[in-house]
Design a protein around this ligand. Structure first.
Ligand code: FCB
Length: 446
C-alpha cells in the first residue's frame, strides 16, 4: 500500500477525530444532569446488546483531560464532540444547569490549552427525556425547544468555539429512533417517523440561522450519514430499489435544506405534507458553510416485496461474502470517494468535511499493545480515496476519524470498538492502538 502523508493534501486541510456525549461521557446523572432518552432506553430489557449501558461509558466526564492530552500527543488538531442537551437544560427547557455549562467550558478550555480546535455537535441523539414525554421530535414544539437550547449554547460557548454542527445524522435518529424502534426513544411507524423527519429538517435550518446570527464568524455545518448505493443486479426492479434507498439514506435531509424539497421517488413521503405549515418551504432552507458527511460503507440493494413503503432491501456484507468489519459493514473505500462526489455535485454545497469515518474490528491486547493492522489498512485506503477526491477538485476540506476512543456503540453496546485508543471498560485504562500511532505519524509535521 502506498504511503500516504498529510502533505499530499493542502496545508489547510482539516484533520481530526470525533466522539459524542452519550457514547463517551458517562456521569449520566451527575451534577444536575437530567435524563436523556438514551438514559431511559438502555433500562429497557434487550434493547441493547448484552443489556450494556452507557452509564459510565468511557468516563470522559472525569477523564477529558487525559483524553484531550492523548489527542494532543497523537498530533490531532481538531476534536469533534457533542453537548448533552439534558446536562445543560435538565428538563429540556427552562432551568439551566450551571454545572453542565461549567463542564463544557472546561472541555473547551482544555482543548484550546492543548492547541486543539473544538468542534461542537449540538445534537447527537440524546433528547432530554422530559421533552420526549411531550412527543419529542414528533411534536412541532421542538422548534421552540431546540431554539432555546441553541441560544443557551451560543450564549455560553460562542466566544471560544468556531466550528458548529447542528444535528448528527438525522436519518439515523429519526429512522432508528422513530420508525424502527431500534434506538431511543424506541418509537415505531410512519406516524412518528414523518413528523420527526420534518421537524428535524426544520431544526437543522433553525439551528444554522441562530448560530450565524449569534456568531457571524462561526463556521456552521450539520452532519449526514451516507452510503454509496449500488443495485444488486441490472434489473429495473433492483435499480428502482437502489434509487429509493439512495433517496432515503442520502438525500432526505440535505435536499430540503438546499431548497430542493423532499425526494419524490418514495411515494409515501408525500404524506409528510400533512405536517407542513405555511412558510415551511422557506424555513427548511439553510445556508451551511460546510456539510459534514459520515461514510463507512456501501450498500448493495435489491428489490423486495416484503419491505413496506420502500420495497428495497440491502444485502448484508456477510451474506455477500465480502470483506467487512464487525458491524457487518463492507470495507469499500471507493464509497467515500463516491459520496464526496455526490455531495459536491449539489450546487448549494460549499464545502464538505468527512466528520466521521472509521471501523470496528475485534481488537486484542498483547503485551499491553493493540496491533490493529486492519484498522490501519482501512484508514489508509479510505483516506487515499479522500485524496483522490481532493485531487479531482471536489469540495472536500477535512477528515475526522470515528473515533478518538472506544466507546458505547448505541444498540451494539461495548462490543464494537472504533477507537484509535483502546479502553478497558473495567479499569478505564487507555492504550493507544497501533492505528493511533499510525494516525500520529501521518499527522506529524514534516
Ligand atoms: C455513526 C454515529 C456515531 C457512531 C458511528 C459508528 O452513525 O454518528 O455516533 O456510532 O456511526
Amino acid at each position: 500500500m502506498s504511503v500516504l502523508h498529510k502533505s499530499n493534501f493542502d496545508t489547510d486541510f482539516l484533520w481530526g477525530a470525533s466522539t459524542s456525549a452519550v457514547q463517551t461521557e458517562g456521569a449520566w446523572n451527575r451534577h444536575g444532569k437530567g435524563l436523556s432518552v438514551w438514559d431511559t432506553f438502555v433500562q429497557r430489557k434487550n434493547k441493547i446488546a448484552s443489556n450494556h449501558k452507557h452509564l459510565v461509558a468511557a468516563d470522559f466526564y472525569n477523564r477529558y483531560m487525559e483524553d484531550i492530552a492523548i489527542a494532543k500527543s497523537l498530533n490531532i488538531p481538531h476534536f469533534r464532540f457533542s453537548l448533552s442537551w439534558s446536562r445543560i437544560l435538565p428538563e429540556g427547557t427552562g432551568n439551566i444547569n450551571q454545572d453542565g455549562i461549567d463542564f463544557y467550558n472546561r472541555v473547551i478550555d482544555c482543548c484550546l490549552e492543548n492547541e486543539i480546535e473544538p468542534w461542537i455537535t449540538l445534537y447527537h441523539w440524546d433528547l432530554p427525556n422530559e421533552l420526549e414525554l411531550k412527543g419529542g421530535w414528533t411534536n412541532r414544539a421542538i422548534l421552540e425547544w431546540f431554539e432555546e437550547y441553541v441560544m443557551v449554547c451560543m450564549a455560553n460557548f460562542k466566544d471560544r468555539v468556531k466550528y458548529w454542527m447542528v444535528l448528527n445524522e438525522p436519518v439515523v435518529f429519526t429512522g432508528a429512533g422513530y420508525f424502527l424502534g431500534l434506538h431511543a426513544p424506541g418509537k415505531k411507524g410512519l406516524k412518528n417517523f414523518l413528523p420527526a423527519i420534518h421537524h428535524a429538517v426544520l431544526c437543522q435550518a433553525i439551528g444554522a440561522r441562530i448560530i450565524k446570527r449569534e456568531s457571524p464568524t462561526a463556521e456552521v455545518g450539520t452532519t449526514f450519514s451516507c452510503s454509496y448505493i449500488t443495485p444488486n443486479s441490472l434489473s429495473n426492479k433492483d435499480k428502482i430499489a437502489a434509487l429509493k434507498t439512495d433517496a432515503l439514506l442520502n438525500r432526505l435531509f440535505i435536499e430540503p435544506a438546499l431548497g430542493l424539497g423532499y425526494p419524490t421517488n418514495i411515494p409515501i413521503l408525500k404524506k409528510i405534507e400533512k405536517y407542513f405549515q405555511t412558510g415551511d418551504e422557506l424555513l427548511m432552507k439553510a445556508d451551511f458553510d460546510f456539510i459534514g458527511i459520515q461514510n463507512y460503507t456501501r450498500e448493495v440493494v435489491k428489490h423486495s416485496y416484503f419491505v413496506p413503503y420502500l420495497q428495497a432491501r440491502p444485502i448484508p456484507a456477510s451474506k455477500r461474502k465480502v470483506y467487512h468489519t464487525t458491524m457487518d459493514w463492507e470495507v469499500y473505500p471507493e464509497a467515500i470517494y463516491e459520496m464526496i462526489k455526490k455531495f459536491s455535485g449539489y450546487e448549494g454545497v460549499k464545502k464538505i468535511i468527512v466528520t466521521e469515518n472509521g471501523a470496528a474490528f475485534n481488537d486484542t491486547i498483547e503485551n499491553n499493545q493493540v496491533a490493529d493492522s486492519e484498522r490501519i489498512d482501512f484508514l489508509n485506503s479510505y483516506i487515499a480515496q479522500v485524496l483522490k477526491a481532493k485531487l479531482e477538485g471536489l469540495k472536500i476540506a477535512g477528515y475526522f476519524v470515528w473515533s478518538l476512543t472506544d466507546n458505547f456503540e448505541w444498540a451494539e453496546g461495548y462490543h464494537k470498538r472504533f477507537g484509535l485508543v483502546y479502553i478497558n471498560f473495567e479499569t478505564q485504562q487507555r492504550i493507544i492502538k497501533a492505528s493511533g500511532h499510525w494516525y500520529k505519524q501521518f499527522l506529524k509535521d514534516k
